[in-house]
Design a protein around this ligand. Structure first.
Ligand code: PEP
Ligand code: CO
Length: 446
């Protein structure tokens, strides 16, 4: 592990979850093409995000990370990007109210195109075909031919990520932040919520605070433009390597395809290729930990990723499940405390809470998601630690993929608007409602 690192040193180690390309010369030429294109992000922004994560790890701010499970190429459109940004921005305003701290927004966006999968193949209409691995690798269309990994998709992914990010930058700098104002929110669901009075109070307090600040003339600055960062799972290492550049000004290597990247629960083997790649880049890195992890390995992995114990570098994202979080989370918190490792603790209440309906549809239950978050806050508090971030799969559209919430989506309704290519996401009102609930959890932390 302590051998010299290079952007391609991961190539000597065992690697999980990669596609097998038929034609390696097409792959090489695509990688060479994208490595010559301008970076998607600037290293100064990456360092700023790292310092913001360090501030969240000190308890001075809070991280909201969210977006699609699998971003689709066809969703690179003004309306879909706007809807995703809108819900994340609105959630951040609600959380800011409860936390009384700045909220740092990080999208699973502009590059969240590669998916780890449980099986290599699936049977569709009696035929066994390769599984869908994300738009950067193959097509969702279920045929032998379309599911073949196509390296040219990597270049398309790069160009679509760049168009997505370009539009995000336009929106966040050009006045889109006006959506801070609850007047622009879709709040019909609040009036139907069992906790209607609490929700209404939060929303009207936010409205008052914004009106007050605007009356003081602060409109031009913080209320009018917002910071927003990008992230994706760093799964497809040939692509990540191609976007990794040395920055003399910082004397460090950066992945310039996203501000932050995370390592999935399935690719975090200590002696594997992913940890080798990630230990060499200066970007902030997330590490997902689920029930199969053990504290000794996670401590060793955090040390490998962050040998200088730099603040802001590592975010540990627990994703245990509502029924397992109490059993697993405490031992990780204690192990990290014992070694005095600098990490930010975040919770992904989505990936441990997957279930299937009787008719076989993948879903997640709003109450289980809420319950894992509640327990995570409480466990940290009881151990003298704290939860400094949350990580969701969500969308700004009115899809029907997760069950529950005031929207009252039932198992029978899932098929009405089930659009995800991978895991089920919270829809607009479920996301906003979850933010209201987390806002209360944050307020009661103090
Ligand atoms: C994901 O974040 O989409 C994912 C696959 O998560 P995990 O690695 O936690 O299973
Ligand atoms: Co997912």
């Amino acid at each position: 592990m302590n051998k010299a690192w290079t952007p391609d040193s991961w190539r000597n180690l065992p690697i999980m979850q990669q596609p097998q390309y038929d034609d390696s010369s097409v792959l090489s030429s695509v990688l060479s093409d994208i490595s010559k294109l301008p970076p998607l992000v600037f290293v100064g922004e990456v360092e700023t995000l790292k310092s913001k994560i360090a501030s969240a790890a000190r308890g001075d701010s809070f991280i909201l990370q969210g977006g699609d499970c699998a971003e689709k190429f066809e969703d690179c459109s003004a309306s879909v990007i706007t809807a995703k940004l809108k819900i994340l921005l609105q959630m951040s305003v609600v959380l800011c109210y409860g936390a009384k701290k700045p909220i740092v927004r990080i999208g699973r966006i502009a590059g969240q195109y590669a998916k780890p999968r449980s099986n290599d193949t699936e049977v569709v209409d009696g035929v066994e075909i390769p599984v869908y691995r994300g738009d950067i690798i193959n097509s969702y269309e279920a045929s032998q031919e379309k599911r073949k990994p196509d390296p040219k998709r990597i270049k398309q992914a790069y160009l679509l990520a760049s168009a997505t990010l370009n539009y995000i930058r336009a929106l966040t700098k050009g006045g889109f932040a006006d959506l801070h104002n609850p007047q622009n929110w879709e709040l019909e669901f609040v009036s139907k919520a069992p906790k209607k009075d609490e929700y209404q109070k939060i929303v009207s307090n936010i409205q008052d605070a914004i009106n007050f600040m605007e009356s003081l003339g602060t409109r031009e600055d913080s209320l009018h433009s917002v910071e927003f960062y990008t992230s994706h799972e760093g799964l497809l290492l040939p692509m990540e390597e191609a976007l990794t550049k040395y920055e003399p000004a910082y004397d460090a290597w950066y992945n310039q395809g996203a501000h932050m990247l995370w390592i999935g629960d399935r690719t975090r083997a200590l002696d594997g290729a992913h940890i080798e790649y990630f230990r060499g880049i200066a970007n902030p890195v997330g590490l997902k930990i689920g029930p199969s992890a053990n504290p000794r390995d996670i401590v060793a992995t955090v040390k490998a990723l962050n040998p200088n114990n730099e603040a802001g570098k590592v975010t540990l994202i627990g994703r245990f499940g509502h029924d397992k979080v109490k059993q697993h989370l405490p031992k990780f918190v204690e192990a990290i405390q014992q070694e005095s490792l600098n990490v930010l603790w975040s919770s992904d209440p989505m990936h441990g809470n997957a279930s299937k309906t009787e008719s076989g549809i993948k879903t997640r239950d709003f109450d289980s998601i809420q319950s894992e978050l509640k327990d995570s806050f409480a466990i940290h508090k009881s151990l003298g630690s704290f939860l400094g971030g949350i990580h969701f799969e969500l969308t700004g559209e009115d899809v029907t993929e997760c069950i529950g919430g005031t929207a009252g989506i039932t198992a029978d309704q899932l098929e009405l608007k089930y659009e995800t290519f991978c895991d089920p996401r919270l829809n607009y009102s479920q996301s906003l409602e979850m933010a209201l609930l987390v806002s209360e959890m944050l307020a009661s932390q103090k």
